[in-house]
Design a protein around this ligand. Structure first.
Ligand SMILES: O=P(O)(O)OC[C@H]1O[C@](O)(CO)[C@@H](O)[C@@H]1O
Ligand SMILES: [Fe+2]
Length: 189
């Protein structure tokens, strides 16, 4: 085996339960409440009110024990709760990969969307169970729950890709998903 600065972890099996949306063995779980989404919803006052009104959990991410380091290939399942803030559907923070690497998402449950922005162009992929959304290098990405159930998806990404959240705060995502009578509508800022 070649010499690496950080030794890769040993091979292991992951039990993937698509119905329950779980990965076993479990690694770290991350929970993001409304307060973690500062500066991301269009209506800042409504966001602040939601934080004051109990700061609900917006999404959680369950990982396997694969570390986020170069050459590894971590996986996680994200569950976004159903909800809106001033009409804007609940979503992940969204990020850019600092060193521009690709990623895939596989939708498992509910109705979601994969919003991508390269700084100029916005793309949206409807995500329903069975859809794989491909995120090419250089596209910031955010997942949105546009349904009435939790939206859950599996992510597989390069361990060295990193998460640049500042990029999204600075550039935005080009469009936002709002609730309308028969579903959702994408609106520009
Ligand atoms: O990192 P964010 O924008 O909070 O979104 C969470 C999701 O994105 C990932 O960071 C992978 O891109 C996963 O941890 C999870 O699927
Ligand atoms: Fe990513």
């Amino acid at each position: 085996m070649p010499e690496f600065a950080t030794p890769p972890i040993s091979p292991f099996a992951i039990q993937f339960d698509a119905e329950a949306a779980t990965l076993t063995p479990e690694g770290p779980t991350l929970t993001r409440r409304m307060s973690a989404l500062d500066g991301l919803f269009k209506d800042h006052d409504a966001w602040q009110q939601a934080v004051a009104d109990g700061d609900p959990v917006v999404y959680s991410v369950q990982s396997t024990p694969v570390p986020e380091v170069d050459r590894e290939l971590p996986q996680s399942i994200t569950s976004i709760e159903a909800g809106t803030t001033a009409g804007e559907f609940w979503m992940t923070k969204g990020h850019q990969h600092p060193n521009h690497q690709g990623e895939i998402y596989l939708a498992l449950h509910g109705t979601g969307g994969l919003l991508m922005f390269d700084g100029t162009e916005t793309q949206w992929i409807d995500m329903v169970p069975g859809t794989i959304g491909y995120i090419p290098p250089g596209w910031a990405h955010r997942s949105v729950n546009v349904g009435a159930d939790p939206y859950k998806f599996l992510a597989v990404y390069p361990g060295g890709a990193g998460h640049d959240y500042g990029w999204v705060l600075e550039h935005g995502m080009g469009k936002r998903a709002y609730a309308v009578t028969d579903g959702f509508e994408l609106r520009e800022f």
